[in-house]
Write a protein that binds this ligand. Sequence first.
Ligand SMILES: C[S@@+](CC[C@H](N)C(=O)[O-])C[C@H]1O[C@@H](n2cnc3c(N)ncnc32)[C@H](O)[C@@H]1O
Length: 260
Amino acid sequence: MIRILHKIKKYIGKMVPKCLYETLSEAECAIARRWVSSAHRRLMAIQWSLPPQPEFFDHNIDLFYLWLAKRNSLWLERGVFGSLALRERRVLELACGDGFNARNFYSLRSEHIIACDFDPKAIKTARGKNGASNIEYLLADIRTEMPGGKFENVIWDAAIEHFTPDEIMKILDDIKSRLTDDGILSGYTIVERADREKSLSHHEYEFKSKEDLLRFLTPHFRNVMVFETEYPERHNLYFWATDGILPFSPSWSKAAIHRW
Ligand SMILES: C[S@@+](CC[C@H](N)C(=O)[O-])C[C@H]1O[C@@H](n2cnc3c(N)ncnc32)[C@H](O)[C@@H]1O
């Protein structure tokens, strides 16, 4: 049967030019793009317009709808900047949300990832949509039950603003005790809006500036870098903090630098 199918395919292949196959395939992709995009637009409307508002964002909505509709690549930055700090061994991701970054940015270049969140729906989504053989998704409140162990990387993306200043200081102590001597903490947060309205109701403390974020990190780490990017609707802060070597510092093993 398979041999017959192969023969038919070969015969038709000779009769039908490639351009026809390609046109049909392009048409199928165009229909699929429109469908997947509108399905994710509807999912976003349901999740974010009807109460209660979720704690985390499903990044499939960014991937299939928002990125193309808004031309905004901001959502990719945290995965890219976090990846630059990867030591390719043990990773602890705090407040992982839907697990998109754990799977699609961190898991291929890590031995093992423990990714945790205190929202059961986030963990269910992460396990369902963003599983990988080297990721362990755990339900945990990082104020009281941060997973134990030693890690070369701790990642805290889009979540430090969900805690009060006192909680942030305590969590940073707990992170420090889990990092190896040269381990790196990396993460992302946003700057408070000019009108001081909270960007999200779940936020406890929104940072005022790079310097404001720096003052939380420097009591815990010898080397800290905070840098910003600005988009029409959002002012973003990224951080790397370590007692070892920072990405892009002169002794960073991943770069060769020549100065005139
Ligand atoms: C804006 S989402 C960010 C998710 C993901 N890190 C990302 O970059 O897309 C913030 C996440 O912090 C989690 N979170 C808030 N408070 C937490 C806590 N005390 N312990 C663990 N996770 C928490 C929320 O459930 C939510 O998934």
